[in-house]
Design a protein around this ligand. Structure first.
Ligand SMILES: Nc1ncnc2c1ncn2[C@@H]1O[C@H](COP(=O)(O)OP(=O)(O)O)[C@@H](O)[C@H]1O
Ligand SMILES: [Mg+2]
Length: 353
């Protein structure tokens, strides 16, 4: 199972606790400000090496403590893999499988996770960066080698941008273009395929959750009717004027269409949340199918912005894909699940069964 055991020390208001999780559904409940979201944030940190609330060390280390330490274990195919992160004066230290790691991506490989929280609607309502990250999360897990392709793309983009800043002539810029186009086309092809596959699984999900169709429309980061070579040539003057490369996969996006209209323009926050949840569930299912093991889904306060029928449908869809779920709620509300969850109560900075 994704996360079998967790030990947490000095993270946010959480002083110290140790828990064994259920492989299916877990519910963390407690009063306002008891520390429910902090528990999910700690688990998210263990899988990503960063806070999903965008918080830095100063906010994450428990007031008065020097560092926080998170240790977990992941069970798969009869083996247990330990994971650990520590962050304090010495900065982030990551251990995976008993080895010291120099990149947080080792965590993501062992503990793939997705998050549905009250800000999930930002996936449709927010800027393109969140949607690129969403597609790239899938790519990282389902396309072997995507991480190195993406790293190469970033390097070539940086070099091209440096040449632009040095005021190189359009002809001199062309020396970067061949490599830029080659690696961009690799990114483009992978993202394009992912959007196609996600679209096919969105059909059924959208029908269940919203009773209306949802579709993703892929935007490569340059005008779709042009090749990247043509688009780069057409944008060179603008690149030189603005001091950076204006077209390419770093400008890619997806339009989220709900009933064939842009979901970003939907007036209801609840609908935006359901559309975004459909995307997250579809992505989770796609990665699980590829990895042939369940993914962890953190669900913070699912009832926020939703009526009781929508929450019930959302939880049915989540349970249906068979991922490991760790959800939070104000009260012990096992009735939102179809099978009884393992329950934990947060109080006084600790988690107790
Ligand atoms: N670094 C920290 N040290 C101690 N307490 C903190 C720290 N960061 C946040 N808190 C407190 O933790 C409490 C729990 O927050 P949170 O997990 O968001 O609660 P919940 O989700 O249960 O409503 C809040 O009262 C907050 O002020
Ligand atoms: Mg909360």
């Amino acid at each position: 199972m994704p996360l079998a055991h967790l030990k947490c020390t000095d993270f946010r208001c959480l002083e110290s606790f140790e828990i064994d999780l259920d492989s299916k559904v877990n519910l963390i409940y407690g009063k306002n400000a008891a520390g429910k979201t902090s528990v999910l944030e700690a688990i998210g940190y263990l899988g990503r090496g960063r806070s999903f609330r965008g918080a830095g060390n100063k906010e994450l280390i428990r007031h008065g403590a020097e560092e926080f330490v998170l240790v977990g274990s992941v069970e798969r195919e009869n083996t247990t893999t330990p994971l650990g992160v520590r962050n304090g004066k010495k900065g982030l230290e990551v251990r995976a499988g008993g080895e010291k790691c120099y990149s947080a991506s080792a965590l993501a490989e062992i503990l793939p996770l997705q998050i549905i929280d009250p800000d999930v609607h930002e996936l449709v309502a927010g800027g393109p960066e969140g949607r690129r990250r969403f597609i790239d999360w899938i790519a990282f897990h389902v396309e072997h080698g995507y991480a190195s392709i993406w790293k190469k793309f970033r390097r070539v983009l940086k070099q091209r941008n440096a040449a632009i800043k040095e005021g190189k002539s359009p002809d001199a810029l062309k020396t970067w273009d061949r490599e830029f186009i080659g690696v961009s086309e690799q990114v483009d092809l992978i993202r394009r395929n992912i959007v196609d596959i996600i679209n096919s699984s969105l059909e059924e999900l959208a029908d269940l959750l919203l009773e209306e169709p949802i579709e993703l429309q892929y935007l490569p980061g340059w005008q779709g009717n042009k090749s990247l070579e043509e688009a780069l040539a057409a944008a060179t003057e603008r690149d030189l004027l603005l001091g950076s490369t204006q077209v390419g996969p770093h400008r890619g996006d997806v339009d989220v269409l709900f009933k064939s209209r842009k979901a970003r323009k939907l007036v209801s926050r609840g609908q935006q949340k359901l559309v975004s949840c459909s995307l997250v569930i579809a992505a989770t299912e796609m990665v699980q199918t590829h990895l042939e093991r369940p993914v962890l889904l953190l669900v913070d306060d699912p009832a926020a912005e939703l009526d009781i029928y929508s929450v019930a449908r959302l939880m049915v869809c989540i349970e249906h894909i068979g991922c490991q779920v760790i959800a939070t709620a104000l009260d012990s509300e096992p009735q939102i699940f179809s099978s009884p969850p393992k329950m934990f109560h947060v109080e006084h900075g600790s988690l107790v069964p």
